[in-house]
Ligand binder design. Sequence first.
Ligand code: NAG
Ligand code: NAG
Ligand code: NAG
Ligand code: NAG
Ligand code: NAG
Ligand code: NAG
Ligand code: NAG
Ligand code: NAG
Ligand code: NAG
Ligand code: NAG
Ligand code: NAG
Ligand code: NAG
Length: 572
Amino acid sequence: MGAFMKLLLLAVCAIWVLPGLAMAGITRHYKFNIVMQNVTRLCQTKSIVTVNGQFPGPRIVAREGDRLLIKVVNKVKHNVTLHWHGVRQLRSGWADGPAYITQCPIQTGQSYVYNFSITGQRGTLFWHAHISWLRATLYGPIVILPKKHVPYPFPQPFKEIPIVFGEWWKADTEKIISQALQSGGTPNISDAFTINGLPGPSYNCSAKDTFKLKVKPGKTYLLRMVNAALNDELFFSIANHSLTVVETDAVYVKPIKTNVVLITPGQTTNVLLKAKSKVPTAIFAIAARPYATGPATFDNTTTIGILEYEQPSSSKIKNRKFPLLKPVLPRFNDTKFSMKFSSKIRSLASAKFPANVPKKVNRRFFFTVGLGLSQCLKNQTCQGPNNTRLAASINNVSFVQPNIALLQAHFFKKSKGVYTTDFPTNPPFKFNYTGTPPKNLLVNSGTKVVVLPFKTNVELVMQDTSIFGAESHPLHLHGFNFFVVGQGIGNFNPKKDRAKFNLVDPAERNTVGVPSGGWVAIRFLADNPGVWFMHCHLEVHTSWGLKMAWIVKDGKRPRQKLPPPPSDLPKC
Ligand SMILES: *[C@@H]1O[C@H](CO)[C@@H](O)[C@H](O)[C@H]1NC(C)=O
Ligand SMILES: *[C@@H]1O[C@H](CO)[C@@H](O)[C@H](O)[C@H]1NC(C)=O
Ligand SMILES: *[C@@H]1O[C@H](CO)[C@@H](O)[C@H](O)[C@H]1NC(C)=O
Ligand SMILES: *[C@@H]1O[C@H](CO)[C@@H](O)[C@H](O)[C@H]1NC(C)=O
Ligand SMILES: *[C@@H]1O[C@H](CO)[C@@H](O)[C@H](O)[C@H]1NC(C)=O
Ligand SMILES: *[C@@H]1O[C@H](CO)[C@@H](O)[C@H](O)[C@H]1NC(C)=O
Ligand SMILES: *[C@@H]1O[C@H](CO)[C@@H](O)[C@H](O)[C@H]1NC(C)=O
Ligand SMILES: *[C@@H]1O[C@H](CO)[C@@H](O)[C@H](O)[C@H]1NC(C)=O
Ligand SMILES: *[C@@H]1O[C@H](CO)[C@@H](O)[C@H](O)[C@H]1NC(C)=O
Ligand SMILES: *[C@@H]1O[C@H](CO)[C@@H](O)[C@H](O)[C@H]1NC(C)=O
Ligand SMILES: *[C@@H]1O[C@H](CO)[C@@H](O)[C@H](O)[C@H]1NC(C)=O
Ligand SMILES: *[C@@H]1O[C@H](CO)[C@@H](O)[C@H](O)[C@H]1NC(C)=O
């Protein structure tokens, strides 16, 4: 056989073999040491909890189908857990991460290997701590590339750039939340927002900590955006450039051209940015500031990064100071924009990327979400009326964190004294949810869950309440993507509103904003056995109890059952 023939044969083999290998995916190893690190922002040095001393934390890069083995070693005094936000965790619930839901914390000196594969997902997600407020500094992006040789359903970008939003406090965030829970009042607001850990020039003493994006004229960039802020939804825009949204929560969407993107904590959004074909004589602000609807004060600052063009080497104007152009962002409480933007997000619903919306429903749930009051704990003086403290609830149940993980209690059939299965399907009583609130603002409390048989088709309507004022709540569901089949202002009307549900190409995501003074309807297929947390991704609301859990039972077949826990699963 001639050398040419051998080469040809090799090439043919490679073509046949490679896709096979790509199908199986590879195993990627990461080591995450949780360590303290001194970081200076806004002219102040602060010791923060980090992964490997990096802030923001390291980027995880994988391909669809890969397995990840992430060894987390805790070298700080805090208890730690990490969550792989949006990863479906099919039959790997032990690796999901929310403290006291799927695992006990990794205590000082201990380690745990998060072991999971990424199945049927590609796009941007992120990882973050899932205990107390440690995610303020423990977070980083997860980039999931499509399988080898599989293109994007949009033009291949020249470069891909993570844009991770965060929220910065000068004070220790663990002190901030413990002080708030102690006093029963609202936690102190943040001092800055950040882009990839950098607040930018709109803050005092911060110009040197500015994120800069340098682009080449005519090229297209994929911005992989993550909102890792603790308590604020964000409007995002780049001066004089329009953006094209192509993916949300690691699901491709029908392209949407827009000047402004709204991104809630817990959401991820990929956008294409096309650089102008001619080098302009200006630099452009990349800006984000809150969409805020709640009654409490909020951090009303703007974080700014800079988009600049590479000047041709022949350029004589290279060192000239260009003006910084700023974008126009919606008003802080622009709920109209928010609802319009979310309604534009649609699944591709193509043959390759179908939208498998549950058409028939087995169980319907109606959950009210909002704030309320709770009795002050013994030995405390609380700031609320009649010595109460602020609380938040779903169907009037403010979730009480158990002392051992729910998943362990469920798996080993030791739920007695840990949780009860009577989470209400409907609010305890009807009232005008978006009108005048009831006189009694107290909430109930308990560790209550919903139990679902394997493969239940669930419809869930989440209704905002106006107790202490209407407010948008970004609800995040672990373990599933759901379809956002409808949303509206006012009280949900089952007859009128259900008839208008979009069962064709609704957005498929893991986090959705319950509109301020309105409702949102989602559907999902409960095909993943385990215990799945659902909570408001405004961390302050999670702290106040706006959270609950779903238990999805095993199916009959072996591949429908949750395997036993790994041997290194932390103990309480
Ligand atoms: C942070 O700075 C403090 C005060 O200068 C110092 O004592 C400490 O060792 C530093 N920590 C780290 C992790 O570098
Ligand atoms: C990770 O999980 C897979 C699937 O359960 C298992 O086969 C493998 O042995 C695990 N790897 C480690 C290092 O625990
Ligand atoms: C929160 O703000 C109050 C009022 O400014 C201040 O007294 C308190 O020290 C702050 N808490 C923390 C943890 O910084
Ligand atoms: C910035 O610093 C100056 C001087 O220290 C101070 O007067 C001003 O109030 C600060 N501005 C903000 C927004 O903190
Ligand atoms: C930026 O946009 C403004 C408003 O549309 C326009 O007047 C200006 O010419 C633009 N500048 C550049 C450099 O694109
Ligand atoms: C937020 O700040 C902007 C200017 O930066 C101001 O116009 C607006 O009134 C402020 N809004 C609130 C609610 O404080
Ligand atoms: C937004 O805030 C402004 C200023 O506080 C207020 O006048 C306006 O009514 C608010 N809009 C909505 C929709 O709440
Ligand atoms: C109340 O606080 C006191 C003093 O800190 C303590 O001795 C006592 O046990 C506490 N009582 C309760 C019921 O927590
Ligand atoms: C506080 O308690 C008093 C007396 O029981 C009651 O009249 C009042 O309505 C209460 N206030 C609130 C805000 O619940
Ligand atoms: C509920 O309250 C809102 C706001 O006050 C009002 O517009 C609406 O008519 C009320 N709905 C019902 C059914 O009473
Ligand atoms: C919530 O539960 C508390 C305690 O049982 C009760 O007093 C209150 O009326 C309930 N409120 C609503 C809106 O269901
Ligand atoms: C860490 O977690 C363990 C197990 O739940 C608990 O007993 C301990 O009190 C926690 N430590 C801290 C500092 O919260």
